[in-house]
Design a protein around this ligand. Structure first.
Ligand code: MN
Length: 128
């Protein structure tokens, strides 16, 4: 499966948040794939190899962190960069995300500057 260097997978159940992420990615010249839940996202990851996965922690059904744990157990997705997005903003959240296998963490509401910084960091890594 070839790397898709300009592709970012957005896993987010909230349509407005998905649209915001898609718009910010477009501004960086990136393509996006979108999934509304973890099952849909894992199915997409069986067919695509994006440069980065942005995953909402609170999803209907399997939550985002469980999805990341499963990705880390699968050789095909073990090394894909993943950034969690969460509205919790509670102490310990970052650690929970990292423990699950996320590379980094974005708190919601999304700050566009921070979003762009973090995305360009990982997409650049994938392009090396
Ligand atoms: Mn959500």
């Amino acid at each position: 499966m070839p790397d898709e260097e300009d592709l970012v997978l957005i896993v987010e159940d909230n349509p407005q948040n998905r649209k915001l992420a898609r718009t910010l990615l477009e501004l960086q010249g990136l393509q996006s794939l979108e999934a509304e839940d973890a099952a849909e996202a894992l199915a997409l990851l069986a067919k695509h190899r994006p440069a980065l996965v942005l995953v909402d922690v609170q999803l209907p059904g399997m939550d985002g962190l469980e999805m990341v744990r499963r990705m880390r157990q699968d050789p095909r997705t073990r090394n894909l960069p993943v950034v969690a997005m969460t509205a919790y903003a509670m102490k310990g959240d970052r650690e929970r995300c990292l423990d699950a296998g996320c590379d980094d963490y974005l708190s919601k509401p999304i700050d566009p500057d921070r979003f762009e910084d973090i995305v360009s960091q990982y997409v650049q890594v994938a392009r090396r």
